[in-house]
Ligand binder design. Structure first.
Ligand SMILES: [Zn+2]
Length: 180
């Protein structure tokens, strides 16, 4: 099986409980991570800090991932960039049973599947450039800003407007809080 960039050689740790090794490395993401509006593109720099511990059942990997996701705001479609920082821990077992999802393959553990899951889960499903982003005007397609005047005053339904006028003309300061 081809060795992926996400693989770690663990030959020196196999069946040596108590042994531990740490390794940091960086590489260009070989294949896009994620499928939504915001993804980690192929070629993006990814930093991996990996701690590998040999335990009785297999190799325990504690991984920290740093990279950058790019895409567009789900409301105004502006280009977006977001730092990605995730950590996960996964046990690669010597033999699979229902308790373990991943396995040591020969001298290697492949961090890609759990890494992919962790990164994708950390990406927002509906990314926005800022929490207050107002999106695009449905009529003009232009980006809406405070200045371009989405008024804070809601349009008043004409039926209610008539009632408001009526109330104003009949109420002379008495019991205006009537809820009927
Ligand atoms: Zn936006």
């Amino acid at each position: 099986m081809p060795i992926s960039l996400y693989s770690e050689n663990v030959r020196d740790l196999i069946h040596r409980p108590g042994e531990m090794r740490e390794r940091d490395r960086e590489f260009a993401v070989p294949e896009e991570l994620g499928a939504g509006l915001l993804t980690v593109k192929a070629g993006e720099n990814l930093r991996l800090d990996v701690r590998l511990e040999s335990i009785h059942e297999g190799i325990l990997a504690s991984v920290s991932v740093k990279t950058v996701a790019r895409g567009i705001c789900g409301r105004c479609l502006k280009d977006l960039k977001q730092d990605v920082k995730v950590e996960f821990q996964e046990l690669f077992a010597y033999s699979l049973d229902e308790a373990y999802e991943y396995e040591v393959h020969g001298d290697y553990v492949d961090l890609e599947p759990p890494l992919r899951d962790a990164v994708v889960l950390s990406l927002p499903f509906q990314p926005v450039c800022q929490p207050e982003c107002l999106g695009l005007d449905p009529v003009t397609g232009e980006e809406i800003t405070e200045a371009s005047g989405v008024s804070a005053e809601p349009d008043i339904d004409p039926r209610w407007a008539a009632l408001t006028e009526l109330a104003a003309s009949t109420d002379r300061g008495e019991d205006t809080e009537s809820t009927s």
